[in-house]
Design a protein around this ligand. Structure first.
Ligand code: DQA
Length: 145
């Protein structure tokens, strides 16, 4: 089984980006944990980060052929991107939306997620653990258990 994790804009800066909100763990460390989780479960975990909305849309389109489920933190595009929402709806895979921070306890413009209505579910507020919880959910959905 292959699962894809997509990190959206500014998540390449994790570790030094607003650490009081996002913590001090780097994206490299998070991806290391996700791959380690995959090794233990016998699952290939591929990770992709982009600051570009179009690249994220293209990656979601390609995921339909190669992967069995998608975990995505669209970053700020969560609150703005109909294109990412439409790609997720079209890809035919279970989609799990994750956020490091609890977007509902923050500014009002972060309360709206275009992706949420087409995602299987959303996990927010647990820091890097959100990704591991998201991966666990995606694995279960892809295994149909
Ligand atoms: C985020 C929350 C978004 O509102 C923000 O724009 C991000 C990160 C999170 O993981 O908490 O870039 O998706």
């Amino acid at each position: 089984m292959k699962l894809l994790v997509i990190h959206g804009p500014n998540l390449n800066l994790l570790g030094r980006r607003e650490p009081e909100v996002y913590g001090r763990t780097t994206l490299e460390e998070i991806n290391g944990w996700l791959k380690e989780w995959g090794k233990q479960k016998g699952v290939q975990v591929d990770a992709f980060q982009s600051n570009s909305e179009g690249e994220i849309v293209s990656k979601i389109q390609q995921a339909g052929d190669k992967h069995q489920a998608l975990v995505i933190n669209p970053g700020a595009y969560t609150h703005t991107s109909v294109a990412i929402r439409d790609a997720a709806a079209a890809c035919g895979l279970p989609v799990v939306e994750v956020h490091l921070s609890n977007i509902f306890s923050r500014e009002e413009y972060r309360h709206r997620s275009y992706l949420a209505e087409v995602a299987s579910g959303q996990i927010a507020g647990f820091g890097p653990l959100s990704y591991l919880l998201g991966l666990t959910a995606a694995h279960r959905l892809a295994s149909k258990v």
